[in-house]
Design a protein around this ligand. Structure first.
Ligand code: SF4
Length: 278
């Protein structure tokens, strides 16, 4: 294995979606690179293996390198259509650390400005998104910003290469203050104080709150699921209830009630992700 950043040519850049994203109202996904240098311990993408378009070295060395699609912008300019609702990305974070060097997103966003789809949703936890704030000002573009816990000790355990909670809340606030349609995505839900997490989110965005618990095989027998590393961390810290579907349902209800007290909607699954696609 050589190099943290690699390049490869792609045959196409927009993929028709099925399942969860289709149910949410998206038509296509855009994945600018394979593998993600955030390398979160719970990331479901490497569990998809070839079904996530990965090569063996991607799932065996998740987070250690990433392969950008060198012709992504040219392909996007050709493939964009006005009726599309695009999710960027279910398979990588478009503002992963490697993007600071590569600067692919500004070029992709310029293509979106030139030929706007109905909706273009950026899913990220990268505060680097602020670099492109001027290019995010477009009625088709929304940013779904992941904040997974209110507790930075927990954040360090599960996603040590992601920005601290306070910096992420500040980034979401800055996007909102700039007039960009920015949403707090409380997903996957890591150990947290649900009322405190809700308070952070409602202060940072005026929009509905989107959530999702850690995926577990007990309720999802096939397809993508949480990486084993995250379950080991939960076990080690005696917090395995966060992987118990019944307990997760209670957590979701606490978040829903907390959001309602702030006059906000909170939802999970395709229904809530559908609010991004609207
Ligand atoms: S940022 Fe998203 S795609 Fe990247 S490793 Fe974390 S969960 Fe996976």
């Amino acid at each position: 294995m050589t190099g943290r950043i690699r390049w490869q040519s792609a045959r196409s850049i927009l993929s028709p979606v099925s399942g969860f994203l289709r149910e949410a109202g998206f038509t296509h996904s855009l994945t600018p690179s394979r593998n993600c240098t955030f390398g979160c311990t719970y990331c479901y993408v490497p569990t998809m293996r070839v079904h996530g378009g990965l090569k063996r070295e991607d799932w065996e060395h998740w987070g250690q390198f990433t392969t950008f699609k060198e012709n992504a912008a040219a392909l996007l300019a050709k493939e964009l259509r006005p009726d599309m609702a695009i999710y960027c990305s279910p398979l990588t974070d478009p503002y992963q650390p490697a993007e600071a060097e590569v600067r692919m997103m500004p070029v992709l966003l310029e293509a979106v400005h030139a030929r706007p789809p109905r909706r273009f949703v950026i899913q990220t936890r990268g505060t680097l998104v602020l670099r492109d704030i001027e290019l995010l000002r477009h009625p088709s573009i929304r940013v779904s910003f992941s904040i997974t816990t209110d507790d930075d000790t927990i954040r360090r355990r599960f996603e040590p290469h992601c920005a601290p909670v306070a910096e992420r809340v500040a980034a979401l606030s800055a996007l909102s203050a700039a007039g960009i349609a920015a949403f707090a995505t409380l997903a996957p839900l890591l150990p947290c104080d649900p009322e405190a997490l809700t308070s952070l989110a409602v202060r940072a965005t005026p929009n509905a709150l989107v959530g999702d618990p850690l995926h577990v095989r007990a309720v999802k027998p096939g397809g993508a699921t949480t990486r084993p590393g995250a379950f080991r961390i939960l076990d080690h810290h005696r917090q395995s209830e966060y992987a118990d579907p019944a307990w997760q349902a209670g957590l979701i209800e606490r978040l829903r009630a907390a959001a309602a007290r702030h006059g906000r909607r909170f939802g999970v699954g395709p229904e809530a992700f559908g609010w991004l696609a609207e």
